[in-house]
Design a protein around this ligand. Structure first.
Ligand code: PMT
Length: 405
């Protein structure tokens, strides 16, 4: 069943190039069952036509505060009452400032004042405008008032700058809306996630590692936090920002990851092992840089501890979810690991494909349990993480309910 079935979402668009993403956002929200009404400021209309949003939402776009026609049909107060959620995406620096000051000088700002529905804003602006003290102050005011900010993301901007200020992608905003209505599936629970690669030193300047970017594990940590969990993320060396509300412990080697996980595991209800942990490490890393002299160089490797197996060997241990990174016979190997490592669930992915898995924005996984499998089709890791967290939460609750029955 669509997760936003019959949900009433008022989407506000303010001026900015990111309005082109709002069109896709409307489509995604409607695909998921939501009813969407759109309000646009004059600035937004300069970037994208109301006709586009009307066609996508299936309803006339609201633009004027003092519009006799609109007031006769659905006026601003009715719109404010109609909404179950107000989402302003993109929210410009100017709109955020007006919202922070309680101004009501256009339809959208008036609606935000008049509604009793929760308001969420997805900032989108140049990185310098985002970093400006006035904008940061205004955002802090909004957050104090319970108006949550969704993003912004960091990266290349339309103006050529690079930095924070990009509006979140439509699927990320859609996931946040689903999260809002989905309730806090992991409220009160402590979730431990490991993510990213490990580095096994050969000498002070070289190491053995793998292609893990950490994206899948970071997305899981973010989704678990969004689902209300208290999240600790043990991260291998990756260049990713810490998701909001997540406690992060940085490590480099498999042994360090093992020690960090073991230090937190007794205080965790759920452990999700997404890290690509090196199975072997050099037996005796050189203390000085190895000089290029011999034609052949042999490095003796020894096994690293298996973090997941160590966790499930402890009693009691948390509800444990592993990953299986396979290049062939994916499900068969995943089932083998589920059993051998005594896991509650395992997430199987095919890492032979370049369009998913290692170092990709996307993945396609099969969730494997002792009693069956659920295939989750290819999608962004952000989107999949939300689906996985929902599935893990449901399984965890069912498992605990059986234990207490
Ligand atoms: O980081 P990304 O670029 O986003 O890529 C995501 C991913 C491909 C790394 C991720 O989806 C994934 O598959 N993670 C598991 C990688 C892995 O090491 O799989 P494995 O089949 O070799 O190991 C099985 C399980 O045992 C994993 O949960 C692993 O974390 C765990 N393990 C493995 C070895 C070890 N010494 N200790 C462990 O805990």
């Amino acid at each position: 069943m669509p997760r936003l079935e019959n949900r009433r979402i008022l989407l506000g668009l303010t001026g900015g190039i990111a309005t082109y993403k709002s069109a896709e956002l409307v489509r995604r929200l409607r695909d998921d069952g939501a009813e969407v009404r759109v309000v646009m400021t004059p600035g937004a209309c300069a970037f994208i036509t109301p006709l586009t949003l009307q066609a996508l939402s299936g309803h006339p776009v609201h633009r004027e505060l003092l519009d006799e026609g609109a007031e006769a049909a659905m006026g601003h107060i009715e719109l404010a009452r109609w909404a179950e959620l107000v989402l302003v995406a993109p929210a410009s620096a100017d709109f955020i400032a007006r919202l922070a000051h309680g101004l009501a000088n256009d339809l959208l700002s008036t609606l935000c004042l008049a509604t009793t529905a929760p308001v969420r804003v997805a900032p989108a602006m140049n990185q310098a405008m985002w970093g400006a003290a006035a904008t940061q102050h205004n955002c802090a005011v909004l957050e104090q008032r319970g108006i949550a900010l969704l993003g912004p993301a960091s990266g290349a901007q339309a103006c050529g700058d690079v930095g924070p200020g990009r509006m979140l992608e439509p699927e990320e905003l859609c996931a946040a809306v689903q999260q809002h209505f989905g309730g806090a599936a992991l409220a009160g629970l402590r979730v431990l996630v490991d993510a990213g690669p490990t580095r096994e030193a050969i000498d002070p300047v070289r190491y053995i590692s793998n292609h893990s970017s950490g994206r899948m594990g970071f997305a899981l940590a973010a989704a678990a936090a969004a689902a209300g969990a208290d999240v600790t993320l043990v991260a291998g060396p990756v260049g990713l920002a810490t998701p909001p509300g997540v406690r992060r412990v940085d490590v480099a080697s498999a042994q360090q990851m093992h020690d960090a996980v073991l230090a937190c595991v007794d205080a965790s209800d759920i452990f999700i092992a997404c890290a690509a942990v090196a199975d072997y490490r050099p037996a005796a890393p050189a203390t000085q840089k190895i000089k290029k002299s011999a034609e052949r160089l042999q490095i003796e490797l020894v096994r690293n501890p298996d973090i997941l197996a160590t966790v499930t060997a402890r009693e009691p241990h948390p509800f444990t979810v592993g990953f299986a990174a396979e290049t062939h016979d994916v499900l068969a190997y995943a089932r083998g690991k589920l059993e051998a490592k005594r896991l509650d669930l395992i997430v199987a992915n095919d890492v032979s494909r370049s369009d998913i898995g290692f170092d990709s924005e996307h993945n396609e996984v099969t969730l494997v349990a002792a009693d069956g499998t659920v295939a989750l089709p290819r999608g962004s890791k952000v989107r999949l993480a939300h689906d996985l967290i929902a599935a893990i939460a449901a399984r965890y609750r069912a498992c605990r309910a059986r234990e207490h029955a």
